[in-house]
Design a protein around this ligand. Structure first.
Ligand code: COA
Length: 238
């Protein structure tokens, strides 16, 4: 759970990461430079304008990941239909962007439409293969829990395949009850009601994530401009 102290440190550090050129890929760092997850990962709420990025993220998942994420190996057309059908008004979509503004991790918190199960929500998540094992899945889960609590949800639900060790580990660590039924498992997490802390945490986290995203947009424009300039210079020289 993010404490006010962590948020303060993160706000002082905001913008440091975006000043680096987007040339190195985290996946290429190797064991000599292991990835260290920062104290705060900017997770922002995503709107319908980002539909294409969501589609690109999901289409980048391989067949096995699609199977784990959707419960079946969704083909490209089924993924497009899923994205087109997203209800941004009712549900909440969260995302983590890298410096190239690529959506490297996303979560979908779907609120129940059944009037008798109004206080229930389902959580679904995916992290690009190159960004796994850095705690993003866990952070997205924590963020979804905070949002769900603040929205009056008292039961969060995950449908996962029993072989999905990483997902079930995330849910179990958060205190969810796991019920296994053969190859499929259901995880239920009972949520405490919202309080001042959960409301403040979500508000500050969202603000930091929006600021981080704006900085990344500016930085990307700047690096694109420099790249174009360099290309033009080479052209002149040749
Ligand atoms: C499930 C998924 C979201 C996890 O994302 P992630 O960012 O790698 O998760 P985290 O880094 O937060 O790791 C969570 C825990 O699982 C463990 N873990 C990660 N990958 C693992 C693997 N392949 N096998 C076993 N444990 C694994 C981590 O060590 C961590 O445990 P810890 O907290 O004790 O260290 C990601 O693997 C994914 O996108 N899978 C495909 C889609 C999917 O399965 N979605 C879930 C169903 S809705």
């Amino acid at each position: 759970m993010v404490t006010p102290g962590t948020l303060l440190i993160a706000s002082f550090n905001a913008g440091r990461e975006f000043l680096r050129a987007p040339t190195e890929d985290y996946a290429q760092r190797g064991p000599a430079m292991p990835y260290v997850t920062p104290v705060l990962v900017p997770i922002r709420s995503i709107g319908p304008r980002h539909g294409e990025r969501i589609a690109r993220h999901l289409l980048a998942l391989d067949e096995n990941d699609r199977y784990l994420r959707f419960g079946y190996a969704a083909n490209d057309e089924q993924i497009r239909r899923y994205v087109d059908g997203l209800n941004f008004e009712r549900d909440e979509i969260f995302g983590i962007y890298n410096r190239k503004l690529e959506l490297i991790a996303m979560a979908h918190l779907a609120f129940s439409t059944d009037p008798e199960l109004k206080s229930c929500a389902e959580f679904g998540v995916s992290v690009l293969a190159k960004a796994r094992g850095r705690g993003y899945g866990t952070r997205l889960y924590d963020r979804a829990v905070t949002h769900a609590r603040n929205d009056g949800v008292d039961m969060m639900f995950i449908h996962a395949l029993s072989e999905n060790t990483a997902m079930l580990k995330i849910a179990r660590k958060a205190g969810a009850r796991i019920e296994r039924d053969g190859s499929e498992s259901e995880a239920y997490l009972k949520l405490p009601p919202a309080d001042l802390d959960s409301r403040m945490t979500e508000m500050v986290e969202e603000q930091l994530a929006q600021t981080d995203y704006r900085l990344k947009v500016q930085a990307k424009k700047f690096w694109d401009f420099l790249t174009a300039l360099q290309k033009a210079r080479h052209g002149v020289r040749e």
